[in-house]
Design a protein around this ligand. Sequence first.
Ligand code: DGL
Length: 274
Amino acid sequence: LGPIGVFDSGVGGITVLKALKATFPQENFLYLGDTARLPYGTKSPKTVFRYLTQNVEYLKQYDVKAVVVACNSASSVLCPHHTFGVPVYGVIQPGANAAFAKTRTGRIGILGTRTTVQSQVYVKALKNLDPDLFTIQQACPLLVPLVEEGWENDSITTEIIVKYLEEMKQQNIDTLILGCTHYPVVKETIQKVMGEHVQLIDSADAIAEDLANDIAQGFLTFRPEHGGRIDVLATDDGAFFHHIASKLMNPFSINSWEMADLRQVPEKRLYEDI
Ligand code: DGL
């Protein structure tokens, strides 16, 4: 059995990879950052779905035993009836479950990209768990380029977060879903702005738990002796990507870097399963 594939539109999904690595230290992971086509969060669901399919097909060439769609925007276009010939895990349901388990007041906030917010996936997943939950969403598109730029500790980023959270702060929420892979990087600032009484839900931890459950129940085979490699692919080449990815992955290190050419995915395989 091959590695667990993980993909995101860029470097943000490394926060998910790190949580997976911490949970399954002996597993091999193959990460794909679609840096050439980032951001996903401003694109239409149709386009994001095409990217998702291509990425899964690309990772399948490496014999992955499962694919974790770390990207919330890509997870938001994933439907249970889609089959890819390999188990594909999205981050939305695990994130919603974790928020539902944590909330005491039933008032939950959701931060995400425009694609994720407009899709209402988190709202639907939460209302499925309990129709009486109060939800409020906020799209924070500017946070993605700021994190990609490595400006997570810059005062400009704090100012932008304060502005984005203005409305959210009025709504007496007790739980806030960080519905984008990039947001855990600015978690501390978000926590400071919202106050300590608000619990932040990081989909990275939630998906790692979900996978652990599936492994425990035998839905997914896991061979602990595999070796613990982390190989990273990106659709665009860039030293800066390496720098930010290594920083986010710390204390774990990345074993190899390579550029991915998605044109290698045979065109006819792209939609055969859908
Ligand atoms: N990775 C995306 C997500 O989690 C955010 C970045 C983007 O817009 O591509 O939604």
